[in-house]
Ligand binder design. Sequence first.
Ligand code: AR6
Length: 171
Amino acid sequence: MEIQLIKEDITKVQADAIVNAANTSLLGGGGVDGAINKAGGKEILEECRAIRNRQGGCKVGEAVFTTAGKLNAKIVIHTVGPKWNKGKSNESEKLKNCYSNSLKIAEKLNLKSIAFPNISTGIYGYPKLEAAQIAIETVRNHKTKSINLLLFVCYDEENFNTYKVNLQAWE
Ligand code: AR6
């Protein structure tokens, strides 16, 4: 699996699956969630509502998927990152699960490419260095079958530079 780093708005990215940093309600929010729902159109939120009615939202670390609406993708995977609590609430394990459960959904659907935002590093306040290290380690250790391209999509300069340095360390 090839890993690419880009600095971009994730709603402009072309990938089979675009991952959203959602919340447990699945009813939308700010940050990347707001951007995805705005650019993708109301079908995404409608499907999220249906999932919520069926199973009562999405737990931290878990993932569900919906249509990608008007986005350049086949699906949007909604995963819920942990809120940073000074490392006292098993946040690293929960964040790791976000990446691996999203990959599992993409693999199950036989998708070839997936784009991740920097889950939990905005409103949820996860320290960017630790979050990048977990993201990189988790996807590197994940045995993929169908996925041949993974995009880390950074929106802010600090995340982009952090990923750049930490991805190089793996090469
Ligand atoms: N494209 C790519 N990345 C983005 C974009 C974008 N358009 N906009 C922001 N980011 P956040 P969280 C980056 O706050 O911390 C929502 O209200 C941003 O720079 O979107 O997991 C949800 O509904 C940051 O690095 O998600 C939840 O309530 C990263 O996306 C809550 O926020 C994640 O920031 C989730 O908080």
